[in-house]
Design a protein around this ligand. Structure first.
Ligand code: TRH
Length: 390
């Protein structure tokens, strides 16, 4: 009989929590032959990245595993052999009680957020006994260095990326309704938080670029376009307030901006592979950009007291290791500017130096992805960890 895994996902906001749990559930099902049940409290967020999801179903089978709407009482639900609590979401009390009542309690793992900070290796795999019940929970940290759980990476991912040749790329652009690249054109994908990124300033720099630039913006809420502040910035910049809709093509100087639909998760990978430079955010798109091995810019999830600045610096320290100083400085300047930390609040002046290093950054991205690859992948590392405890 297949080993049973339950993954609990409470969506705090946006798409990262559910995006990561969905990816993990799929990989455990397809690559480790486990019987996976994914509990999600927000099916609408899931449906953004997995359009087959039925918003009205309390229980459904998608891509070979069970997806349950996490809103029921949980009385009578039998716990799985391995229980993943994603990002410290609180498991239902009845489910915890049922775990404790089993002769052999499940392996209980809290899958943590991703961070490059040094303390992570000291906390990875640490046990935490339940204060009252005979249950032990372990903390499991993804990460970028040995001594962490690594990053999510499906077995097919790098072979598929390597096989994504010019023909596949052309077919992808055709599916999106985007014309083939013009000679010398730079393609950029742009996924960022609505708040804080100095997009207007960057658009100005892009319009004045020496090469043609095509920027693709996937928009999560096509029917609520004007409620997304980023769309206002775009409308202001292009002076085109009324005709904005998904599919819009806007032009200024060397810059063409295309508003595209939010893509199914697998198609989003292809967008990252097909672009020369990727602006990503949060956690999952940030990781996918690293597997895409292209130059990328991280809009980090903003936290109280600028805690995210420490996190961003910790990552930059690792990622820029081995870069020539001027290249590392160009990366840091654009990343700081994009996250709102440049002293003058400007970002446009940091773009030319970053763009000048595009080819070298692509080479560096390959090396960096190879280094990450050697850590194993998060799903396999989770499986190995749990097998030693069952
Ligand atoms: O959406 P995010 O900001 O998500 C999260 C949440 O904010 C969460 O609370 C926070 O803790 C975490 O970030 C750090 O960014 P992220 O993580 O990149 O998730 C986006 C998901 O959406 C990812 O799985 C990729 C997917 N996606 C698509 O499937 N299609 C698309 O077109 C795009 C742009 C993204």
């Amino acid at each position: 009989m297949k080993q049973r895994w339950d993954i609990f996902c409470s969506v705090v906001d946006n798409f990262g929590d559910v995006g990561i749990c969905w990816r993990l559930a799929r990989q455990l099902t397809h690559e480790h032959e486990l019987a996976v049940r994914l509990w999600v409290d927000d099916l609408a967020s899931l449906a953004r990245i997995a359009p087959d999801a039925d918003l009205a179903s309390a229980q459904q089978w998608l891509q070979g595993f069970e997806v349950c709407h996490w809103r029921q009482s949980f009385v009578g639900v039998e716990p799985a052999d391995v229980v993943i609590e994603a990002f410290a979401c609180e498991l239902p009390g009845a489910y915890i009680a049922a775990m404790a009542a089993l002769p052999q309690p499940p392996v209980w793992i809290n899958l943590e957020y991703l961070s490059a900070e040094n303390w992570v290796t000291g906390c990875h795999r640490l046990p935490s006994p339940h204060p009252r019940l005979p249950l032990l929970k372990h903390f499991f940290f993804p990460g970028f260095v040995p001594g962490t759980g690594g990053l999510l990476r499906e077995q097919w991912l790098l072979p598929a990326r390597n096989a994504f040749d010019d023909v596949a790329q052309l077919a992808f652009w055709q599916r999106l309704g985007v014309p083939a690249r013009r000679a010398g054109e730079l393609r950029i994908s742009l996924f960022c938080y609505d708040c804080c990124a100095p997009l207007g300033d960057l658009l100005t720099a892009w319009a004045a670029s020496t090469v043609p630039l095509c920027v693709l913006l996937p928009l999560p809420f096509p029917l609520r376009l004007r409620q997304q502040p980023i769309v206002d910035v775009i409308a202001d910049f292009f002076g085109d307030v009324n005709s904005l809709s998904v599919g819009a093509v806007l032009q200024s100087g060397q810059l063409t901006a295309r508003l595209i639909p939010f893509l199914e998760q697998g198609e989003y990978d292809k967008l990252l592979w097909a672009c020369d430079i990727n602006f990503v955010r949060g956690e999952d798109s940030f990781v996918r950009a690293q597997w895409a091995a292209r130059p990328f810019i991280w809009h980090i999830y903003p936290q109280a007291d600028n805690a995210h600045r420490v996190k961003l610096n910790a990552f930059l320290d690792l990622y820029t290791t081995g870069m020539p100083p001027d290249m590392a400085a160009a990366v840091r300047a654009l990343w700081y500017g994009w996250n709102g930390w440049n002293d003058d609040g400007q970002i446009g002046n940091t773009w030319p130096a970053f763009a000048a290093h595009q080819a070298a950054l692509t080479q560096h991205g390959e090396k960096w992805a190879g280094q990450l690859n050697r850590l194993g992948d998060l799903a396999s590392n989770l499986v190995q960890f749990s097998q030693n405890r069952i």
